[in-house]
Design a protein around this ligand. Structure first.
Ligand code: ADP
Ligand code: AMP
Length: 220
């Protein structure tokens, strides 16, 4: 399965990606996670990305596209992959299409998570992220078993710089101006599947798996 997750910041892409990647046994590739891991490791890529991320802007396409191209050249993506946070504009979507055309293995589905704006703001402002494995929790909706600690790896939870109110507003603008057009792009490609992403995490996962199964059944 070669899958792209689409939706505004806070729609639940990272949360659903973990469940779907495990269900389909494919790697979860999050460009945001790769930038944050690089930042933590103090690499030049991480430092370059930080200046854009902290302002809620996109990291320049040349940097991001090269990083994704390198990642998609690894052997573990042969059975498929799930991209989370990429593409984020039409140029990136075109680059992805070209990379995959070369491998004769196009995107099979772009799964759009549809969430109300108020819910997005609640989700983003209450998000807490593991410093170590980057798993997302929520102070109200997805509480960790132990306060401030990740259920998965025990790492410390923190509030991302770009989850503060001023930056959230800019990220939502960037989404509508630059990222939302990729929904039409994938609709034209004939691979768009939109699902409501309100409700509990597991319900949304079930909806996603059912929608993907219905699509692959109808293509069979
Ligand atoms: P994205 O990757 O799209 O930015 P996340 O997966 O990080 O979004 O989710 C944003 C926040 O919303 C996190 O705090 C997460 O715990 C929470 N969240 C995700 N899905 C749900 C859901 N279905 N219901 C309530 N909270 C959710
Ligand atoms: P995310 O973890 O997906 O919310 O991404 C956090 C931030 O990383 C974004 O606001 C951007 O600054 C940067 N980023 C992640 N993915 C991309 C991308 N595909 N293109 C450009 N910037 C990105």
């Amino acid at each position: 399965m070669r899958l792209v997750l689409v939706g505004p910041p806070g729609a639940g892409k990272g949360t659903q990606a973990v469940n779907l990647a495990s269900h389909f046994a494919i790697p979860h590739i999050s460009t945001g996670d790769i930038f944050r891991s690089n930042l933590k490791a103090g690499t030049p890529l991480g430092l370059e990305a930080k200046s854009h991320m902290d302002r809620g802007e996109l990291v320049p396409d040349e940097v991001t596209n090269k990083m994704v191209k390198d990642r998609l050249s690894k052997d573990d993506v042969k059975p498929g992959f799930l991209l989370d946070g990429f593409p984020r504009n039409v140029v990136q979507a075109d680059v992805l299409k070209a990379i995959l055309e070369e491998k004769k293995s196009p995107i099979e589905a772009a799964l759009e998570l549809v969430v109300d704006k108020n819910e997005i703001i609640n989700r983003l402002s209450g998000r807490r992220t593991c410093k170590n494995c980057q798993r997302a929790f929520h102070i109200q909706y997805e509480k960790p078993a132990k306060d401030g600690l990740c259920d998965g790896c025990g790492g410390d939870l923190y509030q991302r710089e770009d989850d503060k109110e001023e930056v959230i507003a800019r990220r939502l603008e960037v989404y509508s101006e630059q990222t939302a057009p990729i929904i039409d792009f994938y609709a034209r490609e004939g691979v768009l599947i939109s699902i409501p992403a309100m409700g509990a995490v597991d319900e949304v996962t079930k909806r996603a798996i059912d929608a993907l199964a219905a699509r692959s059944g109808s293509n069979a």
